[in-house]
Design a protein around this ligand. Structure first.
Ligand code: HMG
Length: 430
């Protein structure tokens, strides 16, 4: 249903200044949102009680987190509206501003390298590591055939399935040898956790019988580095001072783990928000991304920005293991609406969007950090909360907000005490 009335460079001006009702109308008019979904969203996304009972154990209620949209994304020449579930100020605003800028002055593209998720089978102590490796390699095709014909048969029909088994050995602290098998599985459009675990547990007895070694556990790995999603951005003819400062900020995050952690937190602000909106397991992606960020022995940035011939180039590379079927993606009514807003049915396409969001979220933060600083934009938006929290009445809100913004611009700092004092003065003067 998407892409009505938009071409790759056309941007929406002033979307953020519309009311919520007008925003919903715009999304419906342009075909990004099904009119039937509006009612569901306006009622806070009412979810049936039966669903609550099936999702988790000992449920006692729902916890609401806001759902918003970032606009003006053009990824691989296709226009997207990005649904995001997040409780933090300025993430969606910063992302939308950055997406609009890149839409007008650059390009954003993605690629996927590899296609396999990893299932691990552990042999805590191998009796005969050489014989073990030989047996696995001799019987590999048989093991793969068996697992593909049974637990993975439905994946095979969708073009996925298991395609390789790799032997790894690690020397333990007691000098004995631990054996680990990596079963490489293409989970198609599912995140794959259940299927991969089932496949590994199915292989357990078969492999034990052929190798006479004891399997100690089976589980998927969240460091799915056999499938990397990359996003690339270029901003043409960027202000050279700004470009150079972003390059320096990026270098800081590449060589200093203290900065890398904060840089990657900013990236995950965007990534997690889309994963939650689409019903995906964001903890799995978080774990994989941070493990990947430390793959060279030191925790580093998962993004990189550099200036070349007057243009700023950015790249994000990360293992983004997610699904558009399975889990709660199709059960949770709001996750279904969010996938509809994205117009996405395939997991690979969602991974591309998620990677692009992560990269542009990083650009938004770096752009603010090396120019204005992060506080101004963040606090401008936070002032809305501050005026409500000190009990300002409707007619007092505009003046109190204006004075607080002025103070913020002068001092780079406002807090609840300031808001209370200013409100007291306003009341005394009227
Ligand atoms: P501004 O220039 O004052 O905003 O920026 P504006 O009012 O001129 O509007 C420009 C555009 O910004 C709008 O376009 C929107 O796209 C967006 P329009 O809709 O008018 O065509 N925008 C908004 N969108 C939705 N709701 C809003 C809104 N306001 C503007 N209320 C802004 C203001 C906050 C965007 C800017 O100061 C900014 O980008 N700041 C950076 C914010 C940011 O990156 N926050 C991320 C969270 S902090 C974080 O990531 C952790 C960190 O530690 C990571 C790290 O260290 O790397 C920093």
């Amino acid at each position: 249903m998407n892409n009505i009335g938009l071409n790759s460079k056309k941007v929406w001006e002033g979307f953020s200044k519309l009311t919520k009702k007008e925003k919903l109308e715009r999304l419906v008019e342009t075909g990004f949102l099904d009119p039937q979904c509006v009612v569901e969203l306006q009622h806070g996304g009412t979810i049936k009680e039966e669903l609550l009972e099936t999702l988790i154990e000992n449920p006692i209620g729902w916890f609401g987190i806001p759902l918003g949209v970032a606009v003006n994304f053009c990824i691989d020449k296709k226009h997207f509206i990005i649904p995001m579930v997040i409780e933090e100020h300025s993430v969606i605003a910063g992302l939308s501003k950055a997406a609009k800028f890149i839409n007008l002055h650059g390009d954003l593209s993605t690629e996927i390298l590899g296609k396999h998720a990893i299932g691990q089978i552990q042999f805590a102590c191998l009796r005969d590591p050489v014989r073990f490796e030989k047996k696995i390699n001799e019987q590999k095709e048989f093991f793969l055939h068996q697992v593909n014909q049974t637990v993975l048969s439905s994946l095979i029909k969708r073009g996925g399935g298991a395609s390789d088994i790799i032997v790894r050995t690690i020397e333990r602290p007691d000098k004995k040898i631990m054996g680990i098998l990596h079963v490489l599985i293409d989970p198609s459009d599912a995140m794959g956790a259940n299927r991969i675990n089932q496949a590994c547990e199915f292989l357990r007895e078969l492999i034990e019988a052929h190798t006479h070694e004891e399997v100690t556990m089976c589980i998927l790995s969240n460091l799915s580095d056999q499938k990397i999603t990359a996003a690339n951005a270029v901003i043409y003819d960027i202000d050279p001072i700004l470009g150079k400062r972003i390059e320096e900020a990026s270098l800081f995050a590449q060589i200093d783990p203290y900065r890398a952690a904060t840089n990657n937190k900013g990236v995950m602000n965007g990534i997690d928000a889309v994963l939650i909106a689409t019903g995906n397991d964001w903890r799995a992606v978080e774990a994989g991304v941070h493990a990947y960020a430390a793959r060279n022995g030191q925790y580093s940035s998962i993004t990189k920005w550099e200036m070349r011939e007057g243009n700023l180039y950015g790249r994000l590379e990360a293992p983004i293991q997610l699904g558009t079927v399975g889990g709660v993606t199709q059960i949770h009514p709001i996750a279904k609406i969010c996938l509809g807003i994205l117009g996405i049915t395939r997991a690979d396409e969602l991974a591309r969007v998620v990677a692009a969001v992560g990269l542009i979220q990083n650009f938004a933060a770096l752009n603010a950090l090396v120019s204005d600083g992060i506080v101004n934009g963040h606090m401008k938006l936070h002032i809305k909360n501050l005026v409500l929290s000190v009990g300002a009445q409707k007619e007092e809100i505009p003046l109190l907000s204006q004075i607080l913004i002025g103070k913020l611009e002068q001092t780079h700092c406002v807090n609840e005490t300031d808001a209370l004092e200013i409100l007291k003065e306003i009341r005394q003067n009227t």
